[in-house]
Write a protein that binds this ligand. Structure first.
Ligand SMILES: *Cc1c(COP(=O)(O)O)cnc(C)c1O
Length: 360
């Protein structure tokens, strides 16, 4: 197998040791004679896999006891509806911060269930920065405030947690969860599609303060009810068992590295190296304001965009895959999630220098 580095934004690279363990256990999970894919979700084997994965995630994030951890389906996109359906609790409106493409989708979906107050928007900068907290027009009566700590497409990331007083804070952490330590107690609810930093597509993790649950919008589907999922241990119906198992292997891998403080050091080193290479050159450019550049998704452009296609072709031939930027931003995007080895970033930086030397 030739070595490649996969910079895809999602589904994204997984840790090699995790894939190797899954391969080893694929036909026969720990002497059970069965693949995890073939097991009853209510049998003792899978119950132990599920319980261990939740316990390990709780350890990684120091999740307080009064928070429930849910392993659901439907992707982050389903959460755009589940959040208002469950958290409006009789209120009429919610606050949203608009920092880019994923914020906008969350806002559009919430608008089907309540009045959305866009308390701040980064539109004026073309979504390349984050509006300062003291400019936000928040509503003390809002059911919750929703924001997107890392905009996967724009590459804009908060390095601070907004203070919202008594208004529960809700975060779409799809592309930043587990990239660094997090004070979960600051949040009412956190959600993340798994396919960026947790595991394979098909699994969605929700961490929610128990006291917020129980007042569901009338007429909402059973499957969209957090309370019912929480009471059933995320086994209201058949959960995404293989994804849950694989996520558990990723949690173990992170614990083995020393937890989130350790991965943060590595992530800062990787991102620092890449931004440094971009900033050191007039050939490459980062569109994002320096104070809010993402550790996970690094968009960059070439000064001469007519070289974009050439850059991608030559990069791919060198084993550097999926560097094409999102169509809404153009240029390139290197997604460097937890599982991207430091050697991958080093190879990309070397490649960029060499490309500039020969084409610049
Ligand atoms: C990928 C992504 C989504 C969409 O996730 P799905 O699981 O495909 O629904 C939503 N929000 C953010 C921040 C993302 O990165």
């Amino acid at each position: 197998m030739s070595e490649v580095f996969n910079f895809s934004a999602g589904p994204a690279v997984l840790p090699a040791p995790v894939l190797e363990q899954a391969q080893q256990e694929l036909r026969d999970w720990q002497g059970s004679g069965m693949s995890v894919m073939e097991m009853s979700h209510r049998g003792s084997h899978f119950m132990s896999i599920a319980g261990q994965a939740e316990a390990d995630l709780r350890t990684l994030l120091s999740v307080p006891d009064d928070y429930r951890v849910l392993f659901l389906q439907g992707g982050a996109t389903s959460q755009f509806a589940m959040v208002p359906m469950n958290l409006l609790r009789g209120r009429q409106s919610a606050d949203y911060i608009n920092t880019g493409a994923w914020s906008k989708k969350a806002i559009a979906e919430a608008g089907r269930y309540c009045t959305v107050n866009v308390a701040a928007t980064a539109e004026a900068s073309g979504f390349t920065d984050i509006p300062a907290r003291d400019t936000w027009q928040t509503d003390a009566g809002a059911a919750y405030l929703h924001y997107t700590p890392n905009e996967t497409i724009g590459g804009v990331e908060f390095d601070w947690i907004p203070d919202t007083g008594d208004v529960p804070l809700v975060a779409d952490m799809s592309s930043t969860i587990l990239s660094r330590p997090l004070d979960v107690s600051r949040f009412g609810l956190i959600y993340a599609g798994a396919q960026k930093n947790i595991g394979p597509a098909g699994l969605t993790v929700v961490i929610v303060r128990d006291g917020l649950l129980g007042d569901m919008l009338d007429g909402a589907p059973t499957m969209y009810n957090y309370r019912l999922h929480a009471d059933a241990g995320s086994m209201l119906n058949t959960p995404p068992t293989f994804g849950w198992y694989l996520a558990g292997l990723v949690f173990r891998w992170l614990l083995g590295l020393g937890g989130l403080a350790s991965i943060e050091v590595i992530n800062r080193r990787k991102a620092g190296r890449l931004y440094e290479a971009i900033d050191a050159s007039d050939f490459y450019h980062s569109p994002v304001a320096p104070g809010c550049r993402s550790l996970m998704n690094v968009p960059f452009t070439l000064a001469d965009s007519s070289l974009d296609g050439d850059f991608l072709t030559v990069a791919e031939a060198a084993g550097l895959l999926n560097l094409k930027g999102h169509r809404s931003v153009g240029g390139m995007r290197a997604s460097i999630y937890n599982a991207m080895p430091e050697a991958g970033v080093a190879a990309l930086v070397d490649f960029m220098r060499e490309f500039e030397r020969t084409r610049g």
